[in-house]
Design a protein around this ligand. Structure first.
Ligand code: NAD
Length: 436
């Protein structure tokens, strides 16, 4: 098959054949470049590589919503299932204005590798709606969520595709999806989503799991570098689910949070931000940037503030060729998905910065989602100690597997992590063979 031309400023020789439906998106091209880099260091069948370079299934839906003022507005929603080889697909649902098919497809691919690294019986998926949830009322968001669920009903289910919260969605969003799905099938089906409220079959510790997993990785990386948490500082971009919990957990372990920010602005206090007070401040509905005991800084300054650990925990492609050489951290712990572009990766290669790649660093969320799914199916309830203990065990095991491979094969942590994930799916595809 000849290569399909793609309109891309970054066109390069793809080991796989690019698919123009997805590869007009810079985020999807980035995911494919990473896959190609992996294909250069592991032995992977060409046909399997080709199958893994595109999603298994992608659904685009129009979602008409009756707005509070009586108008009808139509939103666009996506659900992309990258792989169904290892079990049901699993992945978050994101509400953000910039969501498009390519971005969701990239995030779905990364979920496959992440589940592979963690050895979970899931493939990767992702969903999203192009919407700014802050501009909608609660009622509008509920109607949007329920209608989206209805539109994707044929491709979701506890054995087919299981959603979870992501950027701009939360446990209430999952409750509405669970309710809509359950009303359609006629009985309560908590296992159709994870990251639900505890009273609907949610798992204790799920909300905190991603930030906790990020922290386990950071503490492990600090051991490698002989750094003491009590003498270390952190800068965290994003103060939502992942960012706020990462701040809290790092602070609990003695790390001083010196700067943080969200979509409305950023703040810094080199003596350390009181994270508990900031959490209360934000919970009261006040803007993070108005927090009294810190100076407001430009959001771009988050990346150049000297610190031990930098945690991007908001959007993708925030560490790029223009700021990569200006980072002043020892560890870059990727709480967000896809925060570092391949160009930035190349610039960081010899910088001495220890990168904990997203597919490993933020895998705590999907890991506890797996615990939640298992408990729902078996109607078991684990304690928070059990959940945290098992999470820590799996995170540390994965961290050391990636670290060992990186060291043995002289690979970057990212290529090593992706190799483990890609290889697991590739092996399963080879074993299952090609139907028919
Ligand atoms: P969230 O919606 O709870 O929080 C997002 C935060 O990012 C908010 O503080 C928001 O204000 C901030 N933000 C948005 N736009 C910004 C901008 N332009 N500049 C600076 N900050 C901005 O989302 P989340 O669940 O914490 O997800 C954050 C990242 O972590 C995403 O990349 C997501 O895919 C990834 N992630 C989340 C989970 C999870 O369990 N929630 C798991 C794995 C990975």
């Amino acid at each position: 098959m000849s290569a399909v031309p793609v309109s891309s400023a970054n066109h390069h020789d793809f080991p796989h054949t690019p698919n123009p439906v997805f590869e007009n998106s810079p985020t999807f091209r980035m995911a494919c470049r990473q896959l190609d880099a992996v294909a250069e260091v592991i032995d992977v069948d060409k046909g399997v590589l080709q199958r893994m370079s595109v999603p298994k299934r992608a659904l685009v839906v129009s979602i008409p919503v009756r707005m509070d003022d009586g108008r009808t507005e139509v939103f666009t929603g996506y659900r992309v299932q990258h792989s169904l080889t290892s079990g049901p697909s699993k992945g978050g649902l994101r509400y953000h204005p910039s969501v498009d098919l390519g971005e969701v497809a990239a995030l779905a691919m990364w979920m496959s590798w992440k589940c592979g690294i963690m050895n979970l019986p899931f493939g990767g998926a992702k969903g999203g709606i192009g919407v700014d949830p802050a501009a909608l009322s609660r009622g509008e968001i509920e109607r949007l969520t329920r209608r989206f669920t209805e539109e994707v009903l044929n491709v979701i289910g506890p054995r087919m595709d299981v959603m979870a919260p992501d950027l701009g969605t939360d446990e209430q969003t999952m409750a509405w999806i669970m309710d809509t799905y359950s009303m359609k099938i006629g009985y309560a089906c908590p296992e159709v989503v994870t990251g639900k409220p505890i009273e609907l079959g949610g798992c204790v510790g799920r909300r905190e799991a991603t930030g906790r997993g990020v922290t386990y990785c950071i503490l492990e990386a600090m051991k490698e570098l002989n750094l003491r948490p009590s003498e270390s500082t952190a800068v965290v971009q994003g103060f939502g689910n992942v960012g706020s919990v990462a701040c809290q957990e790092l602070a609990r372990n003695g790390v001083k949070i010196v700067a943080t920010g969200d979509r409305y602005g950023a703040i810094r206090n080199l003596k350390g931000i009181d994270v508990a007070a900031l959490t209360r401040h934000v919970a009261e509905g006040k803007l993070l940037k108005d927090f009294p005991n810190a100076e407001e800084i430009s959001p771009a300054d988050l990346f150049t503030t000297p610190c031990t650990v930098l945690v991007p925990a908001a959007l993708e492609r925030v560490v790029h060729k223009d700021n990569a050489t200006k980072l002043r951290c020892r560890i870059l712990a990727e709480g967000a998905n896809g925060p570092t572009t391949p160009e930035a990766d190349e610039l960081l290669a010899d910088s001495g910065i220890f990168i904990v790649p997203d597919v490993l660093c933020n895998a705590g969320g999907v890991t506890v989602s797996y615990f939640e799914w298992v408990q729902d199916i078996q109607q078991f309830l684990w304690t928070e100690d059990e959940v945290n203990q098992r999470l820590k065990e799996l995170m540390l095991r994965a961290f050391h597997q990636v670290r060992t491979l990186a060291r043995e094969r002289k690979l970057s942590m990212r290529t090593a992590g992706l190799s483990l994930g890609v290889q697991k799916i590739a092996k399963e595809k080879m074993r299952r063979g090609l139907y028919p």
